[in-house]
Design a protein around this ligand. Structure first.
Ligand code: TXA
Ligand code: MG
Length: 358
């Protein structure tokens, strides 16, 4: 089914109340509304409405095994969709909500099992964006919203990115300009023993440990999509451009030298060239990936950023976008190695066309 996909510009700080009210009604009617958060744009649906939730999975091409995040405007509304609210949840909510932090807790039965792919838990967050908060308050229902991109692809940080990927899928798109943070929320599992960070994001591991003390983080890169993952965001293939991306974990000069050598051989290489400051890199990451992907290159090269703070989230996304193809510092960084890596794209057929869509 193709939907109208209207686009409505809104002021990011003071969204017009009548526009927000209309969008809230659409959500309550079971329609899909794409909207900005501080991290990336989300594709929203009434989380209590199983049919609307199924339309989100279908529209994204997302497997029904990959659970969605539920967005709410207040801590009280978050508590209403879970059956346990441990002290750790209260501490994190006090410290970081509204903000880029998602908590995984036991799911209340008022939410359909589809939301969390049949798991007994649900992921919930209060986003820090005036448009998102106003919309959630107006809708007055919990709103399931994955990033508004096709499954496995690069996340959207502008309304135009959403239009390019999901036109026909949403009923309304609220365009409030680029999202301020640029990478997704941090996902923390509080449902079982020691808190565990499942996905690095806008709230850093250091921030979490300052509040909770012990927080586990065992980065996993799951190659087999059928393998039971505690969070399918741990899939290695994710956030991926169609052009093969090779990460160069070495000084920038080495990546620059590699690009020149590849060019000299007639292999068109484009360097991602992210800002060395992790917060700036996060902001520009997805738009840069999309731009580089559109440049018609045979291979993309990217350096990693400082692996602390937001840099952890940036490197995580780069690693997954590269499908794990990394030239490490100290390895002979030869064009042969890069060319060989680019050819090992798990399912991107050598870099054109049918990248990981599933
Ligand atoms: O910043 C964000 O979180 C954005 C904006 C729109 O809020 N949303 C987003 O949603 O990134 P999505 O669907 O692209 O990613 C949700 C992540 C996935 O890694 C998913 O596996 C994990 O959260 N997740 C959701 N529910 C879960 C659950 N019950 N248990 C474990 N992981 C869960
Ligand atoms: Mg996503």
């Amino acid at each position: 089914m193709s939907r109208p996909s209207l686009v409505q510009a809104v002021d990011p700080d003071r969204p017009a109340p009548e526009v927000i009210a209309r969008a809230g009604v659409l959500l309550r009617e079971g329609r899909l509304v794409a909207f900005p958060t501080e991290t990336v744009y989300g594709l929203g649906a009434d989380a209590r409405n199983a049919e609307a939730v199924r339309a989100v999975f279908e529209g994204k091409g997302r497997p029904p095994t990959d659970p969605l995040i539920v967005h709410v405007p207040t801590v009280d509304a978050a508590r209403a969709v879970v059956t346990e609210w441990p002290n750790s949840a209260q501490l994190l909510a006090d410290a970081f909500w509204p903000g880029p932090l998602t908590l995984v807790l036991p799911r209340h039965e008022q939410l359909p099992a589809e939301i969390s792919a049949g798991r007994p838990t649900v992921a919930v967050r209060v986003p820090a964006h005036s448009v998102a908060l106003a919309l959630l308050a107006a809708a007055a229902v919990p709103v399931a919203a994955p990033s508004a991109n096709r499954f496995g692809r690069v996340s959207p940080t502008t309304a135009q990115h959403v239009q390019e990927e999901l036109s026909g899928v949403y009923d309304l798109l609220l365009d409030a300009g680029p999202t301020p943070l640029g990478v997704e929320s941090t996902v923390v599992d509080l449902s079982d023993g020691t808190p565990r960070m499942l996905r690095p994001g806008g709230v850093t591991l250091e921030d979490l440990r300052d509040v909770l003390g012990e927080v586990r983080h065992d980065p996993r890169h799951i190659v087999d999509e059928h393998e039971a993952a505690s969070s399918p965001g741990e899939l290695l293939r994710h956030y991926a451009p169609s052009t093969p991306l090779v990460l160069v974990e070495a000084p920038q000069e080495i990546a620059d030298g590699l690009a020149s050598s590849l060019q000299a051989l007639g292999i068109r290489a484009v360097i991602l060239g992210l800002d060395p400051d992790p917060a700036e890199a996060a902001k520009e990451l997805y738009a840069s990936l999309r731009r580089a992907d559109a440049a018609g290159a045979a291979v993309l090269l990217a350096g990693t950023v400082e692996p602390a703070g937001l840099g952890r989230a940036v490197n995580d996304r780069l690693f997954r976008a590269a499908h794990g193809r990394v030239v490490l510092d100290g390895e002979p960084a030869t064009v042969e190695r890069v060319a060989a890596l680019a050819r090992t794209a798990p399912s991107s057929g050598g870099g054109v066309g049918d990248g990981p869509d599933g």
